[in-house]
Each structure stands twice: as C-alpha cells, then as structure tokens.
Design a protein around this ligand. Structure first.
Ligand code: ADP
Ligand code: MG
Length: 928
C-alpha cells in the first residue's frame, strides 16, 4: 500500500440520479486531478478543497455497454474496474500476505456506497471482484504442500443489534452477542461462518444474506438505509513444512457497507422532549466520535493518550481493529454531485478528511499450527484451574461465566484447527443443498411461471424476493394455512389471510382481498373486489409490501419499474382522489412538493399502522402548509404531519423532520415488540407516539392587510382566523397606526400614493389586541409575526382562554421609509400565526368545539383596488379619521356577497393549507 499504515481514503462522486435531474440540480463537485476534490457552496460560491489518496470522478464521461457495464469515454471517468485496480488489488495482496484488511463505505443514503462495495448487475463492485480474483489466484497457486481455506460470514447491525444474515434458524431475542476475546479482540458470538470452495458459492451466500436483509427489512418495517452490513471473509493459507508441522497465515477481510450518514436535522429535535430518548444511529454517531478521537490523538502526538470510545457501540467494537489496530484499512466516501445535497456532501468530505490522518498497525498473522495448539491447550488448563478456584473462592458468577466462555471458544478454535478442510466442507454440504443450484433453478422458474417480485426503497434490496403463483389458489398472509399453497408475507398490516391469488392454469391470475377494508392498491389505485392482474402491475399489499407482477409467457415485460415511480403513482392517485390541486404541475416547486409527498405518505401510513398494532390511540395525517400559513411572506409549501391524540383529544403539528425523528422511535418500538422484548412499551415521557398537551402547537393564522398604513390611515380591524384545514375559526382584532418616530400616532395625515412616504421618517405601530373563537381545547396562546425587515419573529404575551386579550403593541421605525417599505405596505400582508398549549380531554369540556364566527370579511382578492379606493375616500370624508370596523363593514357591504365568498375561498386556498387524508388514517377530524 506504500503509505505506511495510514487509512487509505478515496472519494467517489456518482452521476446525477433521476430526482436530481428532474430538479435541474447544479453540479457542485469538481475533481481537478486524481487526488483533489473541490466542493462549491451553491449559496455563496465559496470553494473548499480537500485532498485524498484518490478522488474518483464517476459523474460523467461514460457510456453504457450492451451488457450494462458503464465504461469510460473520457479518461477522467473512474469505472468499477479502476476502483478495483486501485483499492481491491491492495486488499487481495494484503490478504495473501496475511494482513487483516478492512474496507468501509461511508456516505448518505443513495450516494453510491453499495455501488462501490457490491455493485449492481454487470457493474460489479469491489466485494465480488475481490472474491472472484481470490479464487482465481488460489487456483493458480495450488501446490502440493499448500492448503487454502476461505470462510464467509455476513451480518447486519440495526439499532445496536447484530443479526446473522447467513443463519437458517430464527434470530435470538435481542440479536447476537458481541464478546471480547483477550487476544483477538471483539467478535460476534455464534455467528454463522460458512466454508466456501468457489466464487459461485460465495456469491450465492452473499445473495442469501441480501435476501434475509430484505425479508427482515420488510417484515420489521425497518429502513434498510439505517443498517450496517458487514461481509467478513477469512482466508487461511496452510503450508506443511518438510521438517513436519504446519504453519498458517490468516487474513480477515471486513467489507463494511455503513448506514446512510445523513444527520437528523436539528429542527426536528428542537423543543422535542423525546430527542434524548431516540438514538438515531448509535453506531454511526460513535463511529464519528471514534474517528474524531483518533484524529485528535494522532495530531496531539505528545504521547497524551486519548480515550477512544470504541465500546460505546456495537459497530465500533467490531471495527476496533480496522480503525486503530491490526488492519490495513481503506475508506470509500461516496458523495452526490448535486447542490441540494451540499450540506451532507460537505460533512462526508470532512469526515473523510479526518479519517486520512488515522494510523493502524497491521501485522502478518502467521503461526505454527502445532505451537498454537499447544498454547491453547496450556491456556485451557489454566482457565480450568481458575474456574475451579473461582467457584470455591469469591469470584463473581459473571467472572466465572466469562472464563467458561473463553474456555469454550478455545476448544472450538482447537477443533477447527484439527479438522481438515474436507471435513469442514462436508459438514457444510450436509446442512443443506448448495445455494448455487437453487439460484439457477429460480432463474429458470422465473422464465416460465407467473410471479411477483419485490420493490424496495434500497435498489440493492429490489428484485430479491420472488413469489411464484402456481396453478390453483394461493393464500397470501402471515400465518401458513394447513392446506393449499401459501405465500408468506409478514409485517405491518398483513393479515393471517390477506388476499388470494387464483391461477386458472392459463396464466390468468385473479387477486381477491380476503377482507373488505384492506389497503390494497394496484398501480396506485385502490382495489376492493376480485381483480385480474395484468403484465407489469404494481401491487401494494399494505404496510410495506410492494411487488411487480410478471407473466413470462407473455410479451411486454417492462424493465424500467422502480420503487420511486411505483410510490409516485400511489401518491398521485391519492392526491387526485381527494380533489387536491394537481400535483406534478411541472414547476420546480410542484416537483419538490410531489417528491416530498411521495416520500412522506408511505411513512405516515406506516406510522398509522404501527399505532394500531401498538395500541396507540393516535392518528397521523399529512397537511400541506403554505409559507403564509407559517407566518412567512415567501418560501415553499411544506409537508407537515398533523397528529391527533384521540384519547386526550389534542392536536399537534409536526414538521417533517420532527415526524421523521418520531417515526424512527416508533419503528424501534414496533421492532422491540415484534422481537418479543418485554419492555417494548414505553412510558409516556419516552413514547414516540405521545406529545404532552403542554407542547406548544400551531393553531391557526390570520392575514392582516397593511395597505391602510401605506396611506397613513389608522385602522382597527378584525381579520378571520383560519385553521390548517382552511376553516375560519374566529376573528382577530388588530390595530395599525402610523406614528411619528417619537411614537405619537399620526391622525389625518393620509397620503394619496404610498410613494409619498418614501424618504420620510415614520414608525408603524402594530397592535394585536384580542382574538375570539380559538378552539376550546386551547389553554393558553400567543401570536407571532414578522414585520418588514425584522430579523426575529415578534411574539405577543401568552394569554389563557379562547377569547384571549393579548394587548400587544410594537412599533417599527423606518428612518427613512424606502421604496421597499412603501411597496411592502401597499402590496404585502402581515401573517400572524397562533400558537398554544392544550388541555387534554377530561380537563374541561369534552367537545372539540371550534366556533365559527360568520364574517363576510374578504381576505385578499380582485376587489382590493376598489376597497382601498373606498377606504381612502372614507378616510377623507369621515369626521373621525380613525377607520373603525363598522366603517370597513360598510365599505365591504357594497361588494357582491357571492363574489365575496368566492374570493375568500380562493385566497384561503392560496394562503391556507390543504389536508390530505392518509389512506390508512381515520376520518379527518372535523371541526364543528
Ligand atoms: P447507497 O448504497 O449509498 O445508498 P447506492 O449504491 O444504492 O447508494 O446508489 C444509489 C443509486 O445510484 C443506485 O441506483 C446506483 O446504481 C447509482 N450509482 C451510485 N454510484 C454510481 C456510479 N458510480 N455510477 C453509476 N451509478 C451509480
Ligand atoms: Mg446501500
């Protein structure tokens, strides 16, 4: 490797994905030479420069060969072969030399970690090529006195639990145990280790592991991007000496595909009491801390030992050698090229930069078998006497247990050493038929028989599960039936008998739901009765199961179906069915919104399904919240989640990031229950479904017209208070007074044109006086708004009751008024938002009464000009130059009532929000 023992760090940038293309993303990465990566901040255009051992440009400059391989058309482009030649070759050479090697891939979800490590189809990644080459080289090196052994294991770390991916028995409660061996360090107890004889066998094993990952992710409702996958290959070279005895070189190769590195946005946890309760990914967070500690201690040099927190997570225990011990280590940092991922990419580049300085200390693992055996025997004698002494003496049970375990481990190691390779292979073969032929069989079957294949948000887990549909009737469900054909699907929302699939023998397949109210969708549309499946149909069985139907005896099988477009059609049909504004309007804003909706909708559905299964009386619902609704004058419509706690009859609004945080907590709780854990049921303060009534919640908002100020007219007006579903729930009384800069209210100094204010020193007083009609459940509330140019939100006092008198006054000075200020007053509105705490049901009246106070007051609309004209006219002629509500009502009486209502509706749609009912959610809570 030629660089001493520093970790080798490579950065690789992938092409734009579909999402980035439709969004017209800008490229922010440049790689001017083979080592340098430059990232540009899309906001400021500032550039940051990093150097690594390798900077791989895989963004453009390639074309797709017939067999799907992406080959360079420009020498700048780094293809899979090149990455293997640079990094994989080194891994192989080190394995032959008897070093331990580790290769890990870091980066946000979708950045290309799996692509580099495992690869897709003909674009094989490092793992398969290393394995293939290893067996080739073994074949080339076969000598009489040499014996080669290769073993493989595969595991996943999810929520600090280790799952054996090659085990055929059900996983133990709480996962496999991680133990520490005094000499060899941390290891996973009872992890399946399979001897393999060929590349085909190892490939079949990795496929088997991927399949169990997919099944577990679907069943546990887990997000695969949050799991770490480790493939471990052990390579032993045994040579018998002429003088007798054998020596063995041993290399352990750890290939680690890390969980997505995306950080939780701070906004999501801000003010959320639960933030301590949910550990998003302890292993990944700890890895960051370990790398930082190693980096700092390397830099400090002064011999000052820093404590490295390896023990704080399962992943860092298992990677201890890879990071700071006996290993030659390589890190690939995968990055997105797009501006929208700038923050994440920068954070990945920084992480990779810190990793560069870390040094490991690899040694050749070579020993004389006979001596090793002798040492193990001696140690075991010592252990035995210690155990005997301990049981008699004062050693704790725990210590004795530990000694016993060590003894057992040693014994196992000795047995393995004494067993011949042929014995090991024969034992493995006896366990089950070879996996390789199974796969061939399945591929052949796929060409003949109707089947469903799975879609997963992770492309690596897509088309991994296949269900064949034989002639006759098959039941799909989570409990095998005693008779007939059965297709197992487990997890969220799947009933013991969910649907039946009938194959009439001519490859006509009919699907019938077993119950009326199931969430079954075909191509995004709900189905209730018997339906015949057509070629390429996307079938959503509820919860987490999405499949594509193919009839291989017929033409027209599509190859372009992805998880994303299958989700998109569900979201689109969903929105359309609710009569919502057409999504997919084509503008960038619409695209972003559609995409957000698409990614959030399935999560909200699953959250509802989890709530039902965990006995939480809570309903989640997506709401689209306009920037105006949030008290902002500009910005994008956002997706928030409305939470209705039915037992306490409280409502909350979570921003998407907060929902995501909570969602992960729900997943963990669900998984703990599935896992049979006794303490899955969280107390209220740690329950991700629960929000205490005194958490501040967004209630509603009001749009306040400012035009009067543009004409220096003093008004006191009432404005409708509109809740998220666009309903008028009450009225807010606001006073707006032009003032001198000393605070004296100006009366009668109106102007005819707002431009006349420009250059004058004027102050504007905003009075948030009182509100009526807030929901009864509101205990205390306050209002927030942002006046032109203010950096901070202005907040009123917090007042009890549903007819609060806020009595708030704030003066905003302009010395002088600029054109922007004059324009703002003349054309913009002040968006006032209401926030409050709630009283849970039982504490007061049970009804969620939201009084609607009839008002004909129009919000903004085409009558604005006319309205202003009248207002000014009134002001001029009125004795009392302070325009009152009465006067305004008189002004508005002149406007046609019908038109008025229409205008109001339109403007509310614009300023308000749209509610989207989740498919599996309850009826939208209707305000009365
Ligand atoms: P991760 O494992 O980091 O979540 P993936 O490896 O699954 O990301 O990559 C996401 C998508 O991007 C996949 O469809 C993959 O094929 C594609 N991709 C990633 N890296 C490259 C690359 N270097 N060249 C072409 N496509 C890539
Ligand atoms: Mg991946």
């Amino acid at each position: 490797m030629g660089k001493g023992d520093s970790i080798i760090v490579a950065v690789r940038v992938r092409p734009f994905n579909d999402r980035e293309k439709t969004r017209n993303c800008k490229l922010v990465i440049e790689m001017p030479d083979e080592e340098t990566t430059v990232i540009r901040d899309p906001k400021t255009n500032d550039e940051k420069r990093f150097t690594y051992d390798h900077s791989y440009w895989s963004h453009d400059g390639f074309s797709e060969k017939k067999n799907g391989y992406l080959e360079p058309t420009d020498p700048h482009y780094a293809d899979q072969r090149r990455v293997f030649e640079d990094l994989g070759r080194g891994v192989l050479a080190n394995a032959w030399a008897g070093y331990n090697c580790s290769l890990f891939a870091y980066g946000q979800t979708g950045s290309g970690k799996s692509y580099s490590i495992v690869g897709f189809k003909n674009n094989k990644g490092i793992v398969p090529i290393v394995c293939e080459e290893l067996f080739k080289q073994i074949a080339d090196n076969k000598k009489k006195n040499m014996q080669f052994e290769v073993f493989v294991s595969m595991m996943e770390i999810y929520c600090e639990k280790v799952r054996d991916l090659l085990s055929s028995t059900p996983p133990p409660k709480g996962g496999l145990k991680v133990r520490e061996h005094p000499k060899n360090g941390f290891y996973v107890e009872n992890l399946t280790t399979v001897p393999v004889n060929s590349f085909k066998e190892i490939e079949a094993k990795i496929e088997e592991g991927t399949k169990s990952r997919t099944i577990a992710a679907t069943q546990m409702n887990a997000t695969s991007s949050r799991a770490h996958t480790i493939v471990k290959i052990t390579f032993n070279q045994k040579s018998s000496k002429q003088a007798g005895g054998t020596s063995m070189k041993k290399s352990e190769i750890n290939l680690v595909d890390l969980a997505g590195s995306e950080r939780q946005s701070a906004a999501g946890t801000e003010g959320d009491r639960l933030k301590e309760g949910i550990v998003i990914n302890q292993s990944l967070t700890t890895l960051g801390r370990v790398i930082k500690a190693l980096h700092d201690s390397q830099k400090a040099k002064s011999g000052k030992k820093t404590q490295i927190p390896y023990r704080d997570s399962v992943l860092t225990c298992l990677l201890k050698n890879a990071l700071g011990g006996n290993s030659k280590t390589i890190m690939i940092a995968a990055i997105s090229p797009a501006d929208i991922n700038f923050e994440e990419t920068l954070s990945t580049l920084r992480f990779a930069d810190r990793a560069k300085s870390i040094k490991t200390n690899a040694v050749v693992n070579e020993n004389q078998t006979e001596r090793a055996l002798r040492e193990l025997r001696e140690e075991n004698l010592r252990l035995q006497s210690q155990i005997q002494g301990g049981t008699a003496g004062d050693a704790s049970n725990e210590e004795i247990e530990k000694l016993r375990r060590q003894l057992a481990e040693n014994q196992k190691e000795m047995e393995e050493m004494e067993k011949s390779w042929q014995q090991k292979i024969a034992e493995e073969a006896a366990k089950h038929a070879s996996g390789a032929s199974e796969k061939v069989e399945m591929e052949a079957k796929k060409k003949k028989m109707c089947h469903l294949w799975n879609l997963n948000e992770d492309p690596a887990l897509t088309n991994v599960i296949v269900h064949f549909i034989p002639v006759g009737e098959s039941v799909v469900g989570n409990k095998p039936t005693s008779s007939g054909n059965f297709i197992q699907m487990s997890g969220l929302s799947i009933l013991p008998q969910h649907v039946t699939l009938k194959n009439d023998g001519n490859n006509q397949i009919h699907l019938s739901p077993c119950s009326e109210d199931l969430d079954i969708f075909i191509n995004g549309k709900p189905v209730h009765g018997e339906t015949q499946l057509q070629q390429n149909d996307r079938v959503f069985f509820g919860g987490n199961h999405l499949y594509v139907f193919n009839n291989p005896t017929k033409k027209g099988i599509r190859t372009d179906i992805t998880y994303e477009n299958a989700q998109a059609e569900i979201a689109q049909n969903h929105a359309a069915a609710l009569g919502n504004r057409g999504l997919g309007g084509g503008s960038k804003r619409d695209l972003i919104l559609e995409e957000e909706l698409m990614s959030t909708l399935p999560l909200v559905q699953r959250a509802n399904a989890m709530a039902t299964e965990l006995g939480r009386n809570v309903k989640f619902e997506i709401v689209l919240v306009s920037p105006e609704m949030r008290g902002l004058t500009s910005g994008l419509t956002e997706i928030w989640v409305k939470v209705h706690n039915i037992s306490e009859d409280t409502y909350f609004l979570w921003e998407k990031s907060r929902f995501m945080n909570r969602y992960y907590g729900m997943q963990e709780m669900y998984e703990a229950k599935q896992d049979g854990s006794e303490d899955w049921n969280m107390p209220k303060e740690r329950d991700p479904f629960y929000e205490p009534p005194d958490s501040p919640v967004f209630i509603a908002s009001s749009v306040v017209f400012l035009q009067s100020l543009a004409y220096l007219i003093d008004v006191e007006e009432q404005f409708p208070i509109v809740d998220l579903s666009g309903q008028e729930i009450g009225l807010l009384t606001v006073g707006l007074s032009p003032c001198s800069t000393t605070g004296k209210e100006l009366r009668g100094e109106y102007v005819e044109d707002p431009d006349q204010l420009i250059g004058k020193n004027i102050a504007f007083k905003v009075k948030v006086i009182s509100a009526v009609g807030l929901p009864r459940r509101i205990l205390k509330s306050n209002c927030k708004y942002r006046f032109f140019g203010s950096k901070k939100m202005t907040t009123t006092a917090t007042v009890s009751g549903n007819t609060p008198a806020y009595g708030h006054e704030e003066t905003f000075q302009f010395k002088p008024v600029t054109k922007e200020v004059a324009d703002y007053l003349a054309n913009s509105n002040l968006y006032i938002t209401f926030w409050g705490t709630q009283r849970p049901r039982g504490a007061s009246s049970r009804k969620n009464s939201i009084s609607t106070i009839g008002s004909n007051e129009a919000r903004e609309g085409p009558n604005k000009a006319k309205r202003v004209e009248r207002l000014v006219h009134q002001a001029k002629t009125s004795e009392n130059r302070n325009i009152s509500v009465k006067a305004l009502e008189t002004v508005l009486k002149g406007v046609d009532d019908n038109e008025n209502r229409k205008t109001r509706k339109q403007s509310m749609k614009k300023a308000g929000s749209t509610t989207i009912k989740s498919r599996s959610g309850s009826k939208k809570p209707k305000a009365k």
